[in-house]
Design a protein around this ligand. Structure first.
Ligand SMILES: Nc1nc2c(c(=O)[nH]1)N[C@H]1C(S)=C(S)[C@@H](COP(=O)(O)O)O[C@H]1N2
Ligand SMILES: [Mo]
Length: 313
């Protein structure tokens, strides 16, 4: 290139200029919004299509509608109401997203979400979600095996548990200004639960990226446990020697244990766990019986042989 030629990087044609101006106006508007409300303006990422294959682990039950799954949520970082996450989770910024891998492994470090996902084939995994509050839904997740991810970081022989943390940022998650739970939201699994082929990290549902209210951009799904184990918007995964403390256990240890396996025979201290209300079937439909391990006894009962499931709830 001759020295008197204009470098491509110096050319500002009109369309680029207008786009840039639009961009400046948008960001200007966004920061003004932020100063007025103390919150980032609607930062929610757009919902994109994902490349998936079917999974042999899916249930054949009919999934709930997109509407049910994305408007009836538990995500206390955005409020306690079932419709709060859908209304308020747009303030969560999910791109860029960093996940810290720490603890007993050979390859700890900070990884961008893209690098976390890169080698994994995404699968459609239809699972039933059984909430501890005695309702259930069938969700067509898009996810990949947690075991496949964990193996990449080479956990060492001291790694007996895996702990997870959600983002802690009251600016983006206004529900964290109230101490309804110990923040950040924390969960944990034994190593054998984490390595089980049914355990996945989800990045989408119905073949599309996760809406924020469902735990974008990365959430855990453990289908034989109560829904609260399936921690949303994960920023840290760490391998530990000791059983990690979980947010629900810390706030109400008599009601929520570390295991939280779906168990119709062990009642919650304030209600029965024998039956569940299927969301989307209408309020007058009879409750259906809850199944041991949410129907996955054949696959997971052996993980707990010798363990008293009444004491280890
Ligand atoms: N970070 C975080 N994760 C969370 C929760 C929460 O409040 N915060 N709620 C849990 C509970 S109680 C349930 S039932 C499921 C609900 O998942 P869904 O809204 O995608 O159906 O998310 C779980 N994961
Ligand atoms: Mo739940």
């Amino acid at each position: 290139m001759k020295s008197n030629q204009i470098k491509p990087s110096e050319i500002t044609d009109e369309s680029v200029y207008l786009k840039r101006r639009e961009f400046l106006q948008l960001t200007g508007a966004a920061s003004l919004g932020a100063t007025l409300t103390g919150l980032p303006d609607r930062a929610t990422a757009e919902i994109k299509n994902l490349n998936t294959i079917a999974s042999k682990y899916s249930t054949s039950q009919t999934p709930n509608s997109w509407k049910d799954i994305t408007t009836y949520n538990n995500f206390y970082e955005f409020g306690l109401g079932k419709d709060d996450p859908e209304r308020y989770a747009s303030s969560l910024i999910t791109d860029p997203w960093k996940v810290t891998i720490s603890g007993e492994c050979d390859k700890p470090g900070d990884y961008l979400l893209e690098d976390i996902l890169a080698p994994h084939q995404l699968e459609d995994r239809i699972y039933r979600l059984r909430c501890v509050e005695a309702w259930s839904m069938v969700v067509p997740w898009v996810g990949f095996s947690l075991a496949d991810l964990l193996k990449r970081f080479k956990p060492n022989s001291k790694a007996k548990y895996v702990a997870f943390k959600t983002l802690h940022d009251p600016m983006q998650m206004p529900g964290q200004r109230r101490r309804v739970l110990r923040w950040p939201y924390r969960e944990g699994l034994t190593m054998s639960e984490a390595m089980h082929p049914l355990t996945i990290l989800a990045v989408g549902l119905y073949g599309k990226t996760l809406p924020n209210q469902n735990g974008a951009p990365l959430r855990l799904v453990v289908p034989w446990k109560y829904g609260f184990k399936s921690i949303k918007s994960i920023i840290e995964i760490s391998f530990s020697k000791k059983q990690p403390r979980t947010s629900w256990e810390m706030s109400a240890p008599r009601e929520y244990g570390f295991y939280a396996n779906v168990n119709p025979e062990v009642d919650h201290p304030r209600w029965s766990q024998a039956r569940e209300r299927a969301i989307g079937k209408g309020l007058f439909t009879a409750k259906q019986p809850t199944l041991m391990f949410n129907g996955y006894s054949d696959e997971v009962a052996s993980l707990y042989s010798g363990l008293d499931l009444r004491r280890n709830y």
